[in-house]
Each structure stands twice: as C-alpha cells, then as structure tokens.
Design a protein. Structure first.
Length: 344
C-alpha cells in the first residue's frame, strides 16, 4: 500500500497569519516528498477560509518547484466551475512546469454554498453530469484539434495549448455513488473515496462498489483505489485530546458550509453545535477516535492494515484538521518515521 498526502491552506479563525499558513503547507509537502509519499493533493474551493484553494494548479506548480519526486494532484478540480478548454490548458501547463508530475483529479463539487456563487441555479446533486461531459472533452483537447457540441459546453475547433508532457495524464474521480464507480471503470479513471467520519464498514462498501463496477465491465482496467481519512499520530493522551478537539471544531464549521446554513462572515463559518445535528452520532468522541486515523504509531499501523487487507492501493493522509502547525508536523514525522516502514 502506498501513501498520499492531502493538505489545504486552512484558517479556522483570523488569528492565523496567511503567510504562515502558506509556508506550513509547503513544509508538510517537502516532508512527504522526502519520505517517499506517492502523491500530494490540492483541493479547489472558493470563498472559504477553511480551504483556501481558488486554483489548485497554482498551488501544485508552486509545490512542484520545491519538490523532486512527489506527484501533484488536484482533489478535485470542480468540473461545473470550468470551461473544458481552460481546464485542459491549465492542467497541461502544470504538467509542463512540473516535468510531467500531474495527476488530474476531477469531481462534481460538494458544497451547495459554492454552487450558489460559482454556478448559480445548479443543484449540487446534478453536478455529476458536468463532470461526465467535461472529461472526454479535456482528453480530446489534449490529443489535438477538437470541436465540442455538448449539453453544457459548445465551442468550435480548438486544442489544448500547451499539451501535457505525459503521454497519458492519470485521471482520478472522487466517488461514493455506484454510478461514479462505473463511470471511472468505463473511462479508465482511478478512484479516490472519503468515508468522512463513518466506520470501517463505509470503506468496505466503497470497495464493494468498485468490485461491482469492475465486474460489470469485463476487459476494462481495474482502477487504482485511494482511500482518505483525517490522520493524527500522537504518543500521549494529550495528543489524542488535541486531535479530537480539532476534529470537532473543524467538523462544526464543515457542517455549516455543507448544510449551507448561511452563517458565514468574511469566509469564516460559525462553528455549529454538533450535539444538535441529526447526524450527531457521526461526531461522538469515541467514534472519531476509532474511525479516523487517530492513534499512536502502533495503533495507526493496526488500522492501516485493515485498509491494506481490503486491497486499497493508496491511503491518503488528510492532514488538514484545524490542528496547530507544530502538532501537524509532529504527527507527519511520526507517520513517516514509525508507521510507513511497516508497509515498505
């Protein structure tokens, strides 16, 4: 099993200096590069201090200038916010500037709040249609001249300028629903999934959906599967308490954005009470400790072995959790030094 890193420029409140946040992400990415992580992922989000990423290609190009081997992925470029020509060109330029290290993750978006601003009138539940039209168009533009007459975009004969350095850019889709797994298999895409705070049975369900999609499409390549969890490695009970506190604080803001409650000021969402949510069981302290990749090095190894047994190809260490920067670095150091060798 390989390891990947997902990290955001993240501010939970205005006390954090933007430059410090910027520099912290680069420090973490350089650590991952030196430790042999496979891929680092940058998100795309808008008008949210919790995830500062208006253009993931900018971030990846910057990280690429300061790293040597780690591959650079978008998780994910949100299809409805882009024009196919622009997405093809931006992705190819990033591949060129990073000497062929791009992994293109493409998705349909998560927050209705963002759609209300970036694509007014579009329901989040309908956005997958844009993703499924976007990908073939981008690949065709990378190949050469191409005219598109689709449901959501139309343009005369055009091509991507520049072209990617790689002969074939790996493409990933974010998947939970069965239809997306089937789309991934049929279109030669790899898959990334995030079980949120749900139990291991959720990860098992995603692997089952992948197996079913592969079974329905004989002769198609089996996609690589990457599974993401928030991760904190610690050695003391104080470390555990800090991880759980940070998780609940961040998830309180996440639920505000996700449910589009509107209680956002200057990009910061008010933290809502998790106890008042219908899905409050997903944020129980003991449940968070068990389901997320929280624990001592030995405990984390034991948890990861379960993903390895499921035949997960890569585990995505999701570092952004509202934890302070020094604790984040200490966690990643422990992971690199004491966890990864168990999977060498």
């Amino acid at each position: 099993m390989k390891f990947q890193l997902a990290i955001n420029m993240e501010r939970m409140d205005s006390s954090l200096d933007m430059k410090a946040v910027r520099d912290h992400t680069l420090d973490m990415v350089k650590m991952a590069d030196q430790a042999g992580f496979e891929i680092v992922w940058a998100a795309e989000h808008h008008a949210m201090e919790m995830t500062i990423a208006p253009n993931p290609f900018q971030i990846l190009t910057w990280w690429g200038e300061h790293t040597e081997r780690i591959r650079l992925g978008t998780a994910c470029a949100v299809a409805p916010y882009w024009n196919p020509i622009r997405l093809a060109g931006e992705a190819a330029m990033t591949d060129l500037l990073t000497d062929g290290r791009l992994e293109l993750g493409i998705g349909s978006g998560a927050y209705q709040r963002e759609f209300d601003r970036m694509h007014p009138g579009l329901k989040q539940t309908d956005a997958w249609r844009y993703m499924q039209e976007m990908l073939p168009a981008v690949r065709a533009l990378w190949a050469g001249d191409y005219e598109h007459r689709g449901e959501y975009w139309s343009f005369p004969t055009s091509t991507s300028v520049p072209k990617p350095v790689q002969k074939e850019v790996p493409v990933w889709v974010a998947a939970r629903a069965p239809i997306t797994y089937e789309y991934a298999v049929q279109n030669g895409c790899d898959v990334m999934s995030w079980p949120l705070t749900r139990p291991m049975s959720e990860a098992e369900l995603y692997m089952q959906r992948l197996d079913e999609a592969v079974g329905k499409n004989p002769g198609k390549r089996r996609p690589r599967m990457a599974m993401m969890r928030h991760t904190v490695v610690y050695v003391t009970s104080q470390g555990r308490d800090a991880a759980v506190y940070a998780a609940r604080r961040q998830l309180g803001q996440f639920e505000n954005y996700f449910k589009n409650l509107g209680d956002v000021e200057n990009g910061f969402a008010k933290e809502i009470s998790l106890e008042n949510l219908e899905n409050r069981a997903e944020y129980d302290v003991d449940m968070l400790t068990e389901n997320l990749m929280f624990g001592t090095p030995d405990q984390v190894i034991e948890k990861l072995k379960k993903y390895e047994a499921l035949k997960v190809d890569s585990f995505i260490y999701y570092a952004s959790l509202g934890l302070n920067h020094e604790e984040q670095k200490r966690s990643l150091e422990l992971f690199c030094d004491q966890v990864m060798p168990a999977f060498a």
